[in-house]
Design a protein around this ligand. Structure first.
Ligand code: PMP
Length: 382
């Protein structure tokens, strides 16, 4: 059985796990205890990991704040600016209709609290247009929040252009980089963002840890306040005892990503080529969702005409693990809101699946399971 749902989560890297076990076995202290060596040792581990995260993004380590993952980072980035918004009367937020629920649901809640949200729709190719964002910019802007890479389609959004445009404006630019962090390493270094969210488990790190990045402007952090009350950890942006081994796992995953991202991209690209070659040789009718030119190398969102995605997923369960959308919504049978926003017909959406892999996927295994999937799809075709 081959795992092909890497955009949902990735298997932990053995080397990362070893590092975490070492920490679990040897570090007893709380990283915020200042009165003994046990605390100092834990703090060293945490600060080393903070440097590893910072190095991957080419930023300063005091701009890294550990959270439980991208959902919490997104919540803190947006809800954490409420106090500032009240003080300055800036209550307009721009986002897109294809964001993860961990942005859309926050925006819905903010709307109930008197904020105005503008949603930018994508084109049929899965990309939003920079001009559509630009048109919405006003004087009372608080945040522009746009994802770097869409989790369902793998389509890269124009965050570089948006960041360049917003750089000298009085607005905070947040990017949800959950699907690009540790992968599109060179691109991320070039983007002018104020806030960035990520999760370790998308880059072969542990689940339950991530970071919110807050970039300093003229030596000052964005005025984000923690959304929970508690201790003074992470400068109050994220109170609560720092999970030292998880943080070490995130740091370790980042240092491997920095060393290996170029080779990883090439391996993912090679797998995509194998899958596309297979598609060409079968006579099954298919359509790729999203413009392949803007797609990351580890994702394929594909419609097999006349083949229900639910039937295909169930019938291929013993060969591979694929999905038809984000795991966070996979309990609902509603057609993907991302593909709907792109303007694809419902029937096409109902016949679409997402296949996603990683650099550690075995090319031959992926190829063999994909061939089986194509055979099943042919059999299921109405
Ligand atoms: N944003 C995006 C784009 C994602 O893909 C995900 C994970 N599917 C999240 C946010 C949420 O990440 P987590 O579940 O790790 O909090």
């Amino acid at each position: 059985m081959v795992y092909l749902d890497y955009n949902s989560t990735t298997p932990i890297d053995e080397r990362v796990l070893e590092e975490m076990i070492k920490v679990y076995k040897n570090i007893a202290g709380n990283a915020d205890s200042r009165t003994h060596i046990f605390g100092d040792e834990a703090r060293k581990v945490v600060e080393k990991a903070r440097s590893d995260v910072a190095a991957l993004l080419n930023i300063n380590k005091d701009e890294v704040f550990f959270t439980s993952g991208a959902t919490e980072s997104n919540n803190t980035a947006i809800q954490g600016l409420k106090e500032y918004a009240d003080k300055t009367d800036r209550k307009h937020i721009i986002t897109s209709s294809i964001e993860h629920k961990a942005i859309l649901e926050i925006c819905k809640a903010m709307e109930k609290n008197g904020f105005e949200i503008s949603y930018v729709n994508p084109q049929i190719d899965g990309r939003i247009l920079f001009d559509d964002v630009k048109k919405l910019i006003r004087d009372d802007m608080l945040i522009v929040s746009i994802m770097h890479v869409n989790n369902e389609t793998g389509i890269i959004q124009p965050v570089k252009e948006i960041g360049d445009y917003l750089a000298d404006k009085e607005v905070f630019f947040h990017i949800d980089a959950t699907q690009s962090f540790g992968k599109l390493v060179d691109e991320l270094k070039e983007i002018k963002y104020d806030m960035l969210s990520m999760s370790a488990h998308k880059i072969n790190g542990p689940q339950g840890i991530g970071a919110l990045i807050l970039r300093k402007k003229r030596y000052k952090l964005p005025p984000v306040k923690g959304i929970m009350y508690g201790g003074q950890q992470e400068h109050r942006i994220r109170p609560g005892t720092i999970p030292v081994a998880l943080v070490a796992g995130l740091g370790s995953a980042c240092s491997f990503a920095l060393l290996e991202y170029k080779a990883n991209l090439e391996k993912c690209e090679a797998i995509k080529k194998v899958l596309l070659d297979e598609l060409e040789t079968t006579n099954i009718e298919y359509e790729i969702n999203g413009n392949p030119e803007y797609c990351v190398p580890n994702t394929l969102n594909i419609c097999f005409n006349g083949v229900s995605s639910e039937a295909l997923m169930i019938s291929t369960k013993q060969y591979c693990g694929i999905s038809n959308g984000s795991a966070c919504n996979s309990r609902s049978y509603k057609p993907s809101y991302v593909l709907l926003a792109m303007g694809l017909p419902v029937e096409r959406i109902e016949n679409s699946v997402r296949i996603s892999w990683g650099a550690k996927s075995n090319v031959k295994e992926v190829k063999d399971s994909f061939i089986k999937l194509l055979t099943v799809a042919q059999r299921l075709k109405l």
